[in-house]
Ligand binder design. Structure first.
Ligand code: PDD
Length: 279
C-alpha cells in the first residue's frame, strides 16, 4: 500500500511520523473517513467542510488547500486501486518537544492519508443487521469535534464484543447520544424516523445529514429529538449511519429483539435510497 505523509507518497513500511507528534502524545489530531464506491469518493465536500470545522474549533492550522487534499485522496485511490473501501485522513497539530502548552504558529501540521480496501455494500451487517448493547457515554464534552481521541469508543466496541454484540450505543442521562463510531436512529411504531438533534454531545455525521436530506425529499422527514434507551428497545426498527457502513440495520438492543430480529423494511428502504442517491 502507498500512503501519504506530509507531501510524499511512500510505501507504508517507509512512512514516518515523529515520536513527538502531538497526536501521538496528546491525542491532538483530527481525522476524516470518506468512503469509496466504484473508485469514486462519496460526499467529499462535506468531509472537507467538517475537517475545517474541527480544525477551527481546536485552533489547528490547515496548510494544504482543499483542491490539494482532494487530489491526494484521488491519487491514493488510484495508486492503491481502491474500488470499494475508505480513505482515512489525519491532521495533527505537529511535532514539538513534549509540553502541554503549544504555539500553533510555530508548529508544522502533520498530514497523513491511507486507504483501506474492503467491501462496504455487500456486507454481513447489511444482510443480517447488528446487535447493539448500551454503555454509559463517558466521553469528553466536545464530541462534535472529530478528534483521534478514540480510546473510549474502542473499549466500548470491545465491551460490545465481549457481551456477544457487534457495537455499542452510548447513553447519557437515559438518552442515547450516538454509536461508538456512528449516529443512532430509531423508527417508531407509528413510522416516524427519529434521531437526536446535533449538539456538543455527538458528531455531526455526514451520512446522517445526507440521509436526512434524502428522507425530506422523499416526503418522510427525520424527526430530530432526543430518545431514551428504553424507547429504543421498544422501537419498531433501529439503525446506524456512518461513512463506512452507510445505513446499518440494528436487530437487537441489550438482547431485546427489534423487527423480529431481522433488518426492518424502513431501514432497508433507507439504505437502498442512500446508496442510489449518494453515487
Ligand atoms: N466514524 N459518530 C461518531 C462518534 C463517529 O466516529 C462517526 C464516524 C459518526 C458518523 O459520521 P459520518 O457519517 O460522517 O461517518 C458518528 C468514522 C466512520 C470512523 O471513526 O471510522
Amino acid at each position: 500500500r502507498t500512503v501519504y505523509v506530509n507531501g510524499a507518497y511512500v510505501p507504508e513500511t517507509e512512512a514516518k511520523v515523529s515520536v513527538f507528534d502531538r497526536a501521538f502524545l496528546f491525542g491532538d489530531g483530527i481525522y476524516e473517513v470518506a468512503s469509496v464506491l466504484g473508485g469514486k469518493l462519496i460526499d467529499f465536500p462535506a468531509h472537507i467542510a467538517r475537517l475545517h470545522r474541527s480544525a477551527n474549533e481546536l485552533g489547528m492550522r490547515i496548510d494544504v488547500s482543499d483542491e490539494e487534499i482532494l487530489a491526494i485522496h484521488r491519487e491514493l485511490v488510484s495508486r492503491n486501486e481502491v474500488e470499494e473501501g475508505v480513505v482515512y485522513m489525519q491532521l495533527t497539530r505537529g511535532a514539538v518537544d513534549r509540553d502541554f502548552m503549544f504555539d500553533t504558529e510555530k508548529l508544522k501540521p502533520t498530514l497523513v492519508l491511507f486507504t483501506q480496501t474492503r467491501p462496504l455494500v455487500d456486507t454481513a451487517v447489511a444482510r443480517n443487521g447488528m446487535k447493539i448493547v448500551s454503555i454509559p457515554d463517558l466521553r469528553w464534552g466536545r464530541c462534535d469535534i472529530k478528534t483521534v481521541q478514540l480510546l473510549y469508543p474502542s473499549l466500548g466496541k470491545m465491551e460490545a464484543k465481549s457481551r456477544g454484540a457487534d457495537d455499542a450505543w452510548m447513553v447519557r442521562d437515559g438518552v442515547v447520544t450516538e454509536g461508538t463510531s456512528n449516529n443512532a436512529f430509531i423508527v417508531t411504531k407509528t413510522g416516524a424516523i427519529v434521531t437526536r438533534p446535533l449538539s456538543n454531545a455527538i458528531l455531526p455525521g455526514i451520512t446522517r445529514a445526507a440521509l436526512m436530506s434524502y428522507s425530506t425529499a422523499s416526503g418522510t422527514p427525520v424527526e430530530e429529538r432526543e430518545f431514551t434507551i428504553d424507547e429504543a428497545r421498544e422501537a419498531a426498527e433501529a439503525f446506524i449511519t456512518s461513512a463506512s457502513v452507510f445505513v446499518g440495520p440494528v436487530i437487537s438492543i441489550d438482547g431485546v429483539e427489534l423487527s423480529g430480529g431481522k433488518p426492518g423494511p424502513v431501514t432497508l428502504g433507507l439504505r437502498k435510497t442512500y446508496l442510489e442517491e449518494s453515487l
